[in-house]
Design a protein around this ligand. Structure first.
Ligand code: 0O2
Length: 217
């Protein structure tokens, strides 16, 4: 890359960084508002990352595309990535609903790997959104990939990612099978946790009624 090209790529990546800042702020506002009005926050934590120039070049080459800024912007949709970690599966869809109902967010694609897990067991809800960022002399519309999943799904995906990088496409069948079995356990764990949450909720609703009976308004 010559100096001019490096400058152009740096400028492009800056726009993605601003898009990540915007999405992070949106998520923080939603979480803090729900904490305030319902004493409940659906988001455990948020991680953001910008794909490295090397990662972008590698993905363009893998897709058989010429390495250019234009191709990157058009074909690589996860240059800006946000990972939202929730406690429960219901929170995942709640966060999705809140994101898609924002006026300046355009949802381009949804892949629901929770409803239909990948053959290896991977579960997560993936969105590609486009949001405007307002610069000094123009407005740009930038794509951001958002992965929303539970703590349990994230635990599995992080470990699977490390194991995958050790073997790439040569993963021994026994390891693949064990990973799939653990992914099924993760699904079961999330369903059990949801049942438990509903039961706990019933207890706190009951406690609330008792409190109201003791202190009539
Ligand atoms: P990294 O290093 O996390 O960025 P596309 O990006 O749309 O061209 P694809 O595969 O159709 O390609 O997109 P998809 O299915 O939405 O998955 C994109 C990202 O989801 C991956 O990015 C991973 O972060 C994550 N992901 C998808 N499948 C798996 C999986 O089986 N295991 C784990 N651990 N993560 C997965 P990258 O660019 O591959 O990697």
């Amino acid at each position: 890359m010559d100096k001019q090209m490096v400058m152009e790529w740096a400028k492009m990546l800056m726009s993605y960084k601003f898009a990540l800042d915007e999405v992070s702020t949106k998520l923080t506002i939603l979480n803090e508002e729900l904490q305030f009005i319902q004493n409940y926050n659906p988001i455990e934590h948020v991680k953001t990352r910008i794909k490295s120039p090397e990662g972008i070049v590698e993905k363009l080459q893998r897709k058989g595309l010429e390495v250019s800024k234009e191709n990157a912007a058009e074909h690589i949709r996860d240059i800006a990535g946000v990972r939202v970690i929730c406690s429960f599966t219901t929170d995942v869809y709640r966060v999705y609903d809140m994101i898609r109902s924002q006026g300046d967010v355009e949802v381009i694609e949804v892949k629901d790997y929770i409803k239909d897990p990948k053959p290896n067991g991977y579960q997560s809800l993936h969105l590609i959104i486009r949001i405007p960022i307002f610069l000094s002399e123009r407005t740009e519309h930038v794509k951001v990939e958002i992965q929303i999943r539970t703590i349990a799904m994230d635990f599995w995906a992080s470990l699977e990612h490390k194991i995958y990088y050790q073997f790439h496409d040569d993963m021994p069948a026994s390891i693949r099978e064990q990973l799939k079995a653990t992914a099924d356990m993760i699904g079961m764990l999330d369903r059990r946790m949801l049942v438990l949450k509903d039961e706990v909720q019933k207890f706190s609703d009951g406690a609330e009624t008792v409190k109201l009976q003791q202190f009539p308004m």
